[in-house]
Design a protein around this ligand. Structure first.
Ligand code: MG
Length: 254
């Protein structure tokens, strides 16, 4: 059987990769022509303390669960029961490592808003040791490219809705992250998957990541450890976080 191959499909090295890539749609990464998510105005979000059985990563009192850089003490500051990015001090990383999780995290963009586009209230929640980012951005009356909005799986999937609250108001993310699966030789068996609920509305529904998230590229998967730290990005903006907790979802054989 003859199959007509396009240049794009020739670039794809396997049927499974082809299937994943097709879910990205036809838009180039970071396209500013790609429609941005429709705006929804959620009501104020209530603080949600760790639920029963959760692992608390930040309860407003200590950064003991976190480190900066190579195991150095966390250099962000605690203010009003929240942790705040101290620009230039670097990413904050959990000391513990995790695989599949349900992570709850609350965040606030700086008020008054400064800058625009990606240079406004930018941070990020990363899984898999810095590989897979759910974007944090002040997306309230702030235009940027669709796959870089708050709630985006950065550089891959825009959120289905823009649930942004104004800067200075607390917002919630509940993220269900399933790590990718690799076989013993390092071959990808299952991609990473994410579901993101932003201010009470699902904006990413069990999306299969096409690889690590990155700016200006979509690198392929590379095998990595099952359990790795979760991290929060220092993008130079004084974004705050609070009520960070998770439930582990790891099951044997999944
Ligand atoms: Mg970011």
């Amino acid at each position: 059987m003859k199959i007509l191959l396009t240049a794009a499909s020739l670039a794809l090295c396997s049927m499974s990769l082809h299937a994943q890539a097709s879910k990205l749609g036809d838009w180039p990464q970071h396209s500013r022509q790609r429609p941005t998510a429709p705006i929804v105005h959620p009501g104020p979000q209530k603080a949600q303390k760790a639920t029963a059985g959760a692992i608390s990563l930040f309860d407003g009192t200590t950064l003991d669960q976190w480190s900066s850089g190579e195991g150095a003490p966390a250099k962000w500051k605690i203010t009003d029961g929240a942790m705040e990015v101290v620009p230039g001090t670097g990413t904050l990383t959990t000391k513990a490592s995790f695989g599949d999780v349900h992570l709850h995290i609350e965040w606030m963009a700086p008020k008054p808003a400064e800058g625009k586009d990606q240079d406004r209230g930018n941070s990020g929640v990363f899984f898999g040791g810095g590989r897979y980012e759910v974007q944090v951005l002040d997306s309230y009356e702030n235009v940027t490219y669709a796959d870089g909005q708050a709630g985006a799986i950065y550089g891959q999937f825009p959120p289905t809705k823009n649930m942004a609250l104004p800067p200075g108001e607390w917002q919630t993310y509940d993220i269900i992250y399933y790590r990718p699966r690799f076989d013993a030789s390092g071959k990808l068996l299952k991609p990473a998957k994410m579901t993101v609920t932003w201010n009470g509305v699902d904006v990413q529904d069990n999306m299969e990541l096409v690889g690590p998230t990155a700016n200006g590229s979509r690198p392929p998967y590379e095998a990595h450890a099952d359990k790795l730290p979760i991290s929060l990005q220092d993008h130079g903006h004084k974004v705050r976080f609070r009520n960070i907790w998770l439930h582990e979802l790891e099951k044997s054989g999944k």
